[in-house]
Design a binder for this molecule. Structure first.
Ligand SMILES: CC(C)(COP(=O)(O)OP(=O)(O)OC[C@H]1O[C@@H](n2cnc3c(N)ncnc32)[C@H](O)[C@@H]1OP(=O)(O)O)[C@@H](O)C(=O)NCCC(=O)NCCS
Length: 163
């Protein structure tokens, strides 16, 4: 986190009423960011479809909202409810990065995970994605290299995490 000015927006849960805002946010990601976020080159149709689905399929989406626009988001998807396992994925628009917004989204996501009884959160990114690994390293020491992927594992205990 490098900026000295605190971002003035709010972090809040996004719902179906935010579908356009969330879609616009994902569409503003540039090509490399979209690839980092979705692990592949995805079409605009895929992004449009994803935004609508994510806000209606029961997953948790927390957003960083400034001037009524979503500028960053984190999705928490329960992938194995029986074993209390979920996966998280992040996106922050280029001009909003390195101001701690990723950290604020992570802290909010962890709170939501705790509320849902999620005990283990996994975050995957490409091995070359150093910002995501730096962000994850503020919250967990468990960072693994799996081929071309880096995996961060966060065991969700009761202590609050600093953003
Ligand atoms: C990963 C991402 C969400 C981080 O968001 P952010 O708002 O910039 O996060 P923060 O400001 O809280 O922290 C960013 C960290 O990255 C570090 N960082 C930034 N650029 C870096 C680089 N080139 N090399 C190493 N670290 C870097 C910052 O120094 C900071 O770490 P620090 O606190 O240890 O100094 C954002 O870069 C992003 O949206 N990337 C594209 C999508 C993506 O990669 N998603 C992750 C996979 S799902």
């Amino acid at each position: 986190m490098t900026a000295s000015v605190e971002p003035r927006g709010e972090v809040r849960a996004l719902g179906s009423a935010d579908a356009d805002r969330y879609c616009n946010h994902l569409m503003r990601l540039d090509t490399p960011s979209r690839k980092m976020r979705f692990f592949e080159d995805v079409s605009e149709f895929h992004v449009l479809f994803h935004a609508g689905a994510a806000l209606s399929d029961g997953r948790v989406v927390v957003g960083y909202v400034e001037d009524d626009e979503v500028r960053g988001a984190c999705e928490l998807l329960e992938v194995d409810r029986e074993n209390h396992l979920a996966e998280a994925a992040f996106s922050v628009e280029s001009e909003w990065r390195c101001q701690g917004i990723g950290g604020r989204l992570m802290a909010a996501m962890i709170e939501q995970a705790r509320r849902l009884g999620v005990r283990r959160i996994e975050m995957s990114c490409l091995k070359s994605n150093l910002p995501m690994q730096a962000l994850a390293a503020r919250f967990t020491d468990d960072l693994r290299q799996v081929g071309e992927t880096a995996l961060a594992v966060l065991e969700n205990h009761d202590e609050p995490h600093p953003a």
